[in-house]
Ligand binder design. Sequence first.
Ligand code: COA
Length: 703
Amino acid sequence: MSSSPVTLRSEGAIGVLHIDNPPVNALSPATVQGLIDGLAAFEAKPELQALVLHCEGRTFVAGGDIAAFEDPAFSAAPFNAFLGRLEACSRPVIAAIHGTALGGGLELAMACHWRVATPTARVGLPEVKLGLIPGSLGTQRLPRLAGAELALDLMLSGRMLNATQAKAASIVDEISDLPPLQAALARAQALVNEKWAPRRTSALTVPPASLPDGLLDKALAQAKAKPQYPAHEAIVECVRAAATLPFAQGEQVEAQWFARVLRSGTSKAMRHLFFAERAAEKIPAMPRNLALRPVQKVGVLGAGTMGGGIAMCFINAGFETVLVEASAEALERGMATIRKNYDSTVSKGKLSAEERDRRLARLTPSLNDTDLGSCDIVIEAVFENMALKQQIAARLGQVCKPGAIIATNTSTLDVDVIAQASGRAADVLGTHFFSPANVMRLLEVVRGAQTAPDVLATVMGLAKRIGKVAAVSGVCYGFIGNRMAEVYMREAEFLLLEGATPGQIDQAIESLGLAMGPCRMLDMAGIDVGAKTVIEYEKAGGLPPDATYRVVVRKLFELGQFGQKTGTGYYRYEGRTPVANPETQATCAALAQQHGIARRGDITDAEIIERLIYSMVNEGARILEEGIAYRGSDIDVVWTAGYGFPDFQGGPMFLADERGLAHVVQRLDHYAATRGNPYGYWTVSPLLRRLASEGGRLSQYAG
Ligand code: COA
């Protein structure tokens, strides 16, 4: 028989409603039922003079149970009714907040009459990050406590406040250094002693001064400009209700909006990503008690754009970091860029000058690679060239202390070959950072054939410490992300040869919500960079024997059309604005003629999306079949955190699931039949075909 996660006990004349639902005391259905029962038990004990809500473990309630939202029968009504009853109590009810009171947790606290917080506590209503709104009266109680303007800001951004800020905003009443339960019991006793009359948040009105003229209309206009995120509009309308309607009516407005956003595809996709990001951290079959290697000091070899950005990640997170370069000029250039980056953040008011100085003080520039000998992990970020990387790996194998981890930052090269060169392959893995490394959230961690389990686990933990979302990839060309991107670029170029324009292709892809279509993206990254990668791939024997394979990028490279930096590429640039480039279109037409490719005028947006995205999904399925990625959801994490795939689409695998895998397979078969399939581009992965026939989902697949 399972016991309830909620118990009522008494401490003298004070009742304590104690929540124990690890890991974060989320409001599972059993927890909500436990709260309802616990309150009923308290109501039946008139001898208890006050009630304290307290949570076990690392945090106060950190929100509704996100998994429970997947249940079609989910309803917030029982919890919301409970909050009403809790607030209506005639005896004082005190919340003891520690850790993070988020979402349903803060909504619970706001229904209490008094809120005590520890100095390190944080509060917030982050539902918007799940495509939701605070559906347990958060939209109604927060504006009453904190004012409309701040409430809007907090709910639209999902950002947290620390205890001091929360106190200044009247969200908490008191900050105490005492352990949370003790602090709340002391406050309860004091309130009882002074015969304090409970103060109910719902009885407050939204302070008119917190609602400057035009605030809501402006917020609404901004929200409507983002129709893919319906929660934004919902939040504004709920705050309007809080400011203009009685509480009970506001409650109904909120309930209607909540039901709507809960069912939205956006929220479903964002909830998928919440769990996907957390699943991606986990390495299957890893012993639970595996000891991690200690990491305190970090070395970065190479002070170019990547190396500098990587060093910033570590000093931002508090690590002592050594940055090594071969020449004084390169080192000074790298350091100057790092300083310039921080200065610009300081000048924007996003970082204090003191904090910048503290971070920079953690960074030691050096021209001597033996300084890497004291580091617990060394990440080399030298130029993407196999011979150079092998040479560096061999040197690091000697310089690094025993037990130190050696990471190679590469986006395409064979990590196993580099590992071998180090002479200590078990200590080596790949870290594929994305540029700019200090900004982009994704880290692809590449496990080599011989990477020791504790090395992999240590680096996954380290990724979290530096605020990255990490996903593990096995060794293959391009790993998860670039391997799939290659297929996507391949189809974009074939369509250019067949008669589509860069503008048409980009527009179709951007209609899915990607910030940039493939042509604009490559123009920005540099056609020279793209072409060189293809040329290297060809040299390595990776290309199919297809004379038309990515001929466009190679031709543009030959013509010196490197994209934005030369003012012309797929597009021509007026300043930074891309405009159609008739020259490139003529180049594509000439290439088509040369290769005997018929030009068509009937290419639709649907064809563009299917050919670029579905072929990429098919490649994702192959990546799963080969065990390169552990799970389909890892692929979605890679694409949303590293490649600008929109979160409201949930990632390519989720998108394919939502469109229906049977439909995806049918379209791939269609292109095999209509375009021909001599090089296997349209051969459907057996895994994809099987899942499609079984009604399975790629985004749920774990090998
Ligand atoms: N519902 C269900 N599970 C939750 C959860 C929630 N609201 N919040 C966290 N979890 C789970 C995570 O899935 C993870 O489970 P796992 O260990 O099986 O992977 C575990 O709790 C720990 O979460 P994690 O995010 O890895 O820990 P953290 O210490 O880095 O962060 C929080 C803790 C609470 C700050 C973070 O989990 C968070 O932001 N949660 C969501 C809060 C939220 O959006 N609440 C509103 C919901 S409507």
